[in-house]
Ligand binder design. Structure first.
Ligand SMILES: Nc1ncnc2c1ncn2[C@@H]1O[C@H](COP(=O)(O)OP(=O)(O)OP(=O)(O)O)[C@@H](O)[C@H]1O
Length: 329
């Protein structure tokens, strides 16, 4: 990376900032933080937020220590925040991934933890993230490419809680192009993450190869894909409510005879929900089908159920299913 020209001490004309209208109607608990990487998206968000809530906005930058360029990112964030008179906290994380773990996922988890902790310690009530409409489409396409179900197709929620903090993504309807065009027009310097150009990453191949083709074919794809994701999120909410009701009726954990009385899709729904919410485990489609077959066959007292899911096993114990270590050893 190179933080191209040093940020200008003269602040840009805030009127044309495309992020301003995304924040206009938002009522959020103050004071709040902007998760500021120094990149294009979080720069427009920081500028718009500082103007929308004067004196109530702080910036948090996470220094990952993963790239040589990270010190340059930090320097850039420091000078921009100084020019804006926005307080900045820099948090260092050293996210080392174990073998088999995705380095990006480990870095993301460490980043959310650091952002939440920094915001909490500074008495801030929410953290704004700068993902935009193109990021949302990329997330949806990645989910489709994995054959994801509704939770994946719902893509990124505009508001969520993590690590005890409220995170908000106000720019989900704004295109990357609108952000870049305004920054260029204003001559505002931003850092460029060199990995964004690396087409070894699927997300970057989507951005560079697929989105231009989509734009040719379906000029409104950002809006229409976002609408589909909202439909999926709504349907997923409903499924979770149904699963919670079914589970509560069974007494909090899956009971075999009660499961057998439900249609197969509803059994799948309640089992998936139970595994995810109570045990942070997610069953593959094949594991879930196997589990449903075994539940259907479970007509005698001696019928065993034992299926590996994630790091543990779903097993029959009397009239109920339980999840944990292998009971048969
Ligand atoms: N190092 C960081 N420090 C603080 N916040 C970050 C950092 N990296 C990312 N974020 C926040 O998380 C959001 C999503 O991260 P992602 O990696 O998709 O963004 P990015 O490509 O770095 O975006 P940007 O153009 O804002 O730099 C960013 O928009 C930003 O708000």
């Amino acid at each position: 990376m190179a933080a191209s020209p040093t940020p200008r001490p003269n602040l840009p004309d805030p009127d044309g900032n495309p992020a301003a209208s995304s924040l206009a109607g938002l009522q959020l608990p103050l004071p709040l933080a902007v998760a500021y990487s120094g990149g294009a998206d979080s720069t427009v968000l920081l500028l718009a937020a500082a103007r929308r809530w004067p004196g109530q906005v702080q910036a948090i930058h996470v220094h990952h220590g993963l790239q040589d360029a990270a010190d340059g990112f930090e320097d850039h964030c420091r000078s921009t925040c100084a020019a804006l008179s926005v307080p900045l906290q820099v948090r260092r994380v050293h996210a080392r991934h174990a073998s088999g773990e995705s380095p990006e996922e480990v870095a993301r988890t460490a980043r959310y933890q650091a952002l939440a902790r920094a915001a909490r310690e500074a008495g801030l009530h929410a953290v704004l993230l700068a993902q935009h409409a193109d990021d949302q489409v990329e997330t949806l396409l990645l989910a489709l490419s994995r054959g994801a179900g509704l939770p994946g197709l719902a893509a990124m929620p505009p508001v969520f809680q993590r690590e005890g903090m409220v995170f908000v993504r106000p720019l989900l309807l704004l295109s990357a192009q609108a952000i870049r065009a305004w920054l260029r027009e204003q001559g505002i310097a931003v850092v460029e993450d060199p990995t964004n150009a690396d087409t070894a990453f699927t997300r970057n191949r989507i951005r560079h190869l697929l989105l231009p083709a989509l734009a040719e074919c379906f000029p409104q794809y950002r809006e229409t894909f976002a609408r589909s994701s909202r439909h999926a999120a709504q349907a997923q909410d409903l499924l979770e409510t149904v699963a919670e009701e079914d589970l509560a009726r069974m007494g909090g954990t899956p009971a075999i005879t009660a499961l057998q009385m439900l249609p197969r899709a509803r059994q799948a729904n309640v089992l998936r929900h139970w595994l995810r919410k109570a045990h942070a485990a997610s069953a593959s489609a094949a594991q879930l089908e196997e589990l449903l077959d075994q539940v259907a066959d479970c007509r005698t007292r001696g019928h065993r159920i034992r299926i590996k899911v994630g790091a543990g096993f779903v097993q029959r114990q009397g009239e109920r299913l339980q999840y944990g270590a292998d009971l048969s050893v």
